[in-house]
Design a protein around this ligand. Structure first.
Ligand code: CUK
Ligand code: CUA
Length: 663
């Protein structure tokens, strides 16, 4: 490279340096940058990438990733373009820093108990930001747990989990969370099918006893909760329903989900005398599986008219009714389908088959016409009408090997992740999609290699009615040689791509290792759409009800009060740098009901609170009140203390719980 070229492209980087260290900026020059680049072996392209992503202290990120946390059971919040982890949100798994599940939050976790058993982890796959008119509104976040078919609600005023619901019909899900364009419903579909409620039935009765289903959880925005009493399910054939997406604009009112295992394979390989093929072969024998097309607005009417059966105390529209009412249609989709993604205008549905190098694009107008004309190529073995493939298919684009998921840009580009190729494909949407495509044109434009084995991908607001473009993140499954070794369990790798330029220029500009579980989907929202509180609105705030708790302890009302022969109540406040009261004395065997309010109003003045032996740890953010209960069954002397370094005298922020032994 020539020095002139090197220098001219680095003006931006030099500017960033100048902002960061104003006083020494005068002494620095481009030759210093060149020197460092040379020492570290950085190319011009590396330096440009650095200038695009480096975020000096105090500069805020433009976008925020809401990422599933995989088997951590949590959600991760990450800034873009800096790719800094901003926080985790405890959802299905207890988390001590947030005090979730160690004194408070237990009721929420208990809502997620499964068949009478505690489940204290989750496999989170698909976060869904709440939408208004098909655009993220920054208010709520939902996420599914694949391992136990649960759905969680997170309030984005405080980034905390408020509710977990367990699906009563199935025990495994995948096609969720997906919201309708105004967040009236949250969809959740079963994947590994079981008999209703995961009751027992032998595998030989798979076809008769096992069930597929999609649940429509009604979201009550005012209450900030899923309203189970207004939620229902639709029975589906016992295929393995997979990823889904909700229609929007042109296709509003419809819901699309794909499936694998239309073979109804039951596995069994490895058992002596068993002749069935193993699952991975058994579920991939058919050349096509089925895209499910569901008219959810019609389903809602059928449910409201009472045309359902109660199964496991939950209303279910039977497959028979769904067929009779025309709620459900199928159409073939290529081998081993995975992602299904609706284009921004809602006019096309993009499906990828993992074992087919094409994406297949369906036209919603053609689907509607085929439904109206009853243009069927037949029915499946459960009697569901199958729309003729050629009548609904618009185009196929050869993108590469192992296509999985697709996102969209503002300019008529679509982006598909290629698992086997380890690449991101950019291709053009035909039709009148922006200035790029005045004529219908479905073409691969370019591919950027990523490292390695990309799963989902996320473009900024790339699944909404108005994608932003600019950034795309490849959520890679393997990192292999990208980072310093940390043992045989390697981090995942989030790779940031610059998609702001049109054409073939689409470089990787940042790697972010994530060593806390394997994320799947993540959505990227414009940071200014989020409007979280910096402190709780008032002192004595209960985050669970999002209102002031009348029982919250307040200054001058602190006390330890015996309220029964074996019951003591504690009213405590915390403020830098003391807990009041500092001594809490109870008798062995007492039930202790303990309330603490953090009376701080300063931003970031969080106090922790922990008691040994009794497994208590809380996070008390400014204004927050918490209540926990335990039986003081172990006598002894137990220092409690503040676990956040909140002030110079933070070590002194402590007290003693004295449990007097029984005679
Ligand atoms: S799935 Cu993981 S790469 Cu659960 Cu959305 Cu496709
Ligand atoms: Cu409060 Cu440390």
């Amino acid at each position: 490279m020539t020095l002139t070229r090197f220098g001219s492209k680095l003006i931006l980087a030099a500017g960033v340096v100048a902002v960061g260290t104003a006083s020494s900026a005068m002494a620095q020059s481009m030759s210093d940058v060149q020197k460092i680049a040379k020492e570290r072996g950085l190319t011009t392209q590396d330096l440009i990438a650095a200038a695009q992503t480096y975020t000096p202290t105090g500069m805020l990120d433009e976008y925020v990733i809401m990422s599933s946390g995989g088997h951590s059971g949590q959600v991760f919040v990450i800034g873009v373009p800096s790719m800094r982890l901003l926080r985790s949100i405890a959802v299905f798994t207890p988390e001590p820093w947030q005090g979730y599940g160690y004194g408070v939050g237990n009721e929420i976790l208990d809502e997620g108990n499964v068949m009478g058993k505690e489940n204290r982890w989750g496999d989170t796959h698909h976060p869904a930001l709440s939408e208004t008119n098909g655009d993220y509104d920054g208010e709520w976040l939902f996420i599914n747990d694949k391992s136990n078919a649960r759905m969680a609600v997170i309030d984005l005023r405080d980034f905390e989990t408020k509710q977990i619901v367990k699906n009563p019909l199935f025990i495994n899900d995948h096609g969720g969370a997906f919201v309708t364009p105004n967040t009236d419903y949250i969809f959740q579909t079963a994947q590994y099918n079981v008999p209703w409620g995961a009751d027992y039935a032998p595998m030989s009765e798979y076809k008769e006893s096992f069930r597929g289903a999609v649940t429509m959880w009604k979201f009550d925005r005012k209450k900030g909760r899923i309203d189970k009493s207004k939620s229902f399910a639709i029975e589906l054939p016992p295929y393995w329903q997979d990823i889904a997406d909700c229609g929007k604009l042109e296709s509003d009112g419809y819901f699309f989900l794909n499936s694998i295992n239309t073979e109804l394979a039951t596995g069994g390989f490895g058992v002596k005398g068993e002749k069935n093929p193993p699952f991975e072969a058994g579920v991939s024998m058919n050349a096509t599986d089925y895209l499910h097309i569901i008219n959810w607005k019609k389903a809602e009417k059928v449910y409201q008219a009472g045309d359902y059966t109660m199964i496991k105390d939950f209303p279910v529209i039977s497959l028979k009714t769904a067929i009779a009412e025309g709620l459900l249609h199928l159409t073939p989709e290529p081998r081993s389908p995975h992602g299904v993604d609706v284009t921004p205008k809602g006019d096309f549905i993009v499906v990828s088959g993992k074992l087919d190098p094409h994406t297949t694009i369906y036209s919603f107008a053609k689907i509607k016409k085929a439904i109206a004309d009853k243009n069927y190529s037949g029915r499946d073995e459960f009697g569901v009408p199958v729309l003729d493939f050629d009548a609904v298919m618009e185009a196929q684009v050869e993108v590469g090997l192992g296509p999985l998921h697709t996102q969209f840009g503002p300019d008529g580009y679509a982006y598909t992740s290629l698992f086997l190729d380890s690449a991101v494909a950019r291709w053009t949407l035909g039709g009148v999609y922006g200035p790029l495509n005045p004529e219908p044109d479905w073409t691969l434009v370019t591919k950027t290699p990523v490292h390695y084995n990309i799963g989902h991908l996320g473009a900024a607001e790339g699944d909404t009615v108005s994608p932003d473009g600019k950034y795309l993140v490849a959520y890679n499954k393997w990192s292999v040689d990208r980072f310093v070794g940390v043992g045989p369990l390697l981090p995942q790798n989030f790779q940031l791509l610059d998609i702001s330029k049109q054409g073939t220029d689409m470089p990787v500009i940042y790697d972010m290792p994530l060593g806390i579980g394997e994320p799947h989907y993540a959505q990227i929202i414009k940071a200014d759409k989020l409007n979280p509180w910096s402190v709780y609105p008032e002192i004595g705030w209960d985050p669970q009800t999002q209102s002031v708790d009348p029982w919250a302890p307040r200054p001058k009302m602190e006390r330890v009060e015996r309220t029964g022969e074996h019951e003591v109540e504690v009213y405590m406040t915390s403020v830098r740098s003391h807990f009041t009261p500092e001594h809490v004395t109870v008798k062995q065997g007492d039930t202790v009901i303990w309330r603490i309010t953090n009376t701080e109003r300063a931003v970031d003045a969080t106090h922790g609170f922990s008691i040994p032996v009794y497994n208590i740890t809380l996070s008390l953010e400014p204004g927050e009140t918490a209540k926990f209960e335990f039986v003081a069954d172990v006598a002894g002397t137990f220092p409690f203390y503040c676990t956040e370094f909140c002030s110079a005298l933070h070590l002194e922020m402590m007290g003693y719980l004295m449990v007097e032994p029984n005679e």
